[in-house]
Ligand binder design. Sequence first.
Ligand code: ADP
Ligand code: GLC
Length: 481
Amino acid sequence: MSPSVLFATSEAYPLIKTGGLADVSGALPIALQDLGVDVRIVLPRYGDLHLRGDQTTEHIARLEVVGQPVDILRTQLPDGNVTVYLVDHPAFSARRGNPYMGPDGNPWHDNPDRFTLFCRAVVMLATGAVNDIPAFDVVHANDWQTGLVPAMLSSAENPKTIFTLHNLAYQGVFDRATFERLGLPWSLWRPDGLEFWGNMSFIKGGIVFSDRITTVSPTYAREIQTPEFGYGLDGLLRHRKDRLVGILNGIGSDWDPKHDPALVAHYDRETLPKKQENKIALQRELGLPVDPNVPLIVYVGRLVDQKGIDLLTQALGKLGARSVQFAILGSGEAHFEQSLRVLAEQDPKRIAVRIGYDEGLAHRFEGGGDAFLMPSRFEPCGLNQLYSLRYGTVPIVHGVGGLNDTVVPLNPEVLDDGMATGIVMDYLDVNAILWAVDLFSDLFADKTALEAVRSRGMSKCYDWVASARAYLDLYQNALKQ
Ligand code: ADP
Ligand code: GLC
């Protein structure tokens, strides 16, 4: 019998998205449901949920959570028929925009309170305390915002808990006064609990108390056990390594160049030359010189330190006489946004920058780009290199985390070696980025090798089926203990 699973997350595409967690939360439950799992998502009811016009929400319960009224609404993922419970409280629903920070770019001051409230509501749902919804067999929690759920469910009679680390750099660390204000049991204030160097850590709740810990690629699962990538939690992760496994993310069905409504020309492996039409349309849209013979290298993502944006901007300032075009779409730290804008103003024939969040444009970048650059310092999985493989857009990556697990490196000596799917930088600095740009230009000039690399990438299968099976095995395995 398949277990029933409550999937707790702070974002899920298309309802609310800031990054890859939303893509995973919007796709993995659908793949699990296809395997016969009774899976339901629970998400805060933010002020800005993208509900489709015909999408209804139904009020199903009013709870009292530490003295505060909280409503539970029910809706569905538009594409997959998966039930979504929405935890409705003004701390979420009365605010618009980004789920974690205000318009000034700073985290909401009461994030620990909001997400503790969310975790408490999740626990009530999980344990059968909400109307006639039966208790779940498994709760699958994700990232620090749901880290308290495994801590609150750690006794044996409760559902089993799985905790997925999508990014160890975001830990939800707050001071001791916050812990006291939240009214959590004092038994949790200990080094083998939530306490972290005199502060409280939400993510420790997931790492210490869950029955199984997963992260989103096998390489990242190894890396986080080292001081370099462990952010002070590597010792704890080594201690729990027999419970830790890396399962690669997959690609949702909305990322497919054959059907993508954002593209002017649809294509697959057999009709790859049609990709060029998307490139020309993108060059035109961005105001770059329309020239199919100049390689167009794109970037889409959060403009933060993790993604190596400082190195990217430095490399863009050192292009010299190179005949390439760069297109960048992102939002994030203001100083990165500003330096990218300046670069585009100074070099408008080669550099186009769009600041903001634009789902359709992100698809057009994948469809129209020749290569996709990801100079990430670390990357738990990374989704854009997977989208790039599927779109025949050659990924150029730093060989860390999921990037290491998904891109087969091009051999500079033998451009068509029958194996490569992208360009991998073994180390990361400005020169490495320029080396990779030059290597891509060489590949771009060798049309036979380019087509082989693209077509091989497109043949790789990163759909969710295999990953969903791995999660299901894990749920069943946890239930046996
Ligand atoms: P992360 O979760 O660390 O941000 P991922 O590669 O896992 O990185 O996922 C990022 C997701 O967010 C991708 O689907 C990417 O296309 C999308 N994305 C990031 N920034 C933007 C943006 N400015 N506009 C549109 N989509 C974006
Ligand atoms: C995180 C990571 C990214 C990963 C995503 C989804 O935001 O930074 O590498 O792909 O989560 O798991």
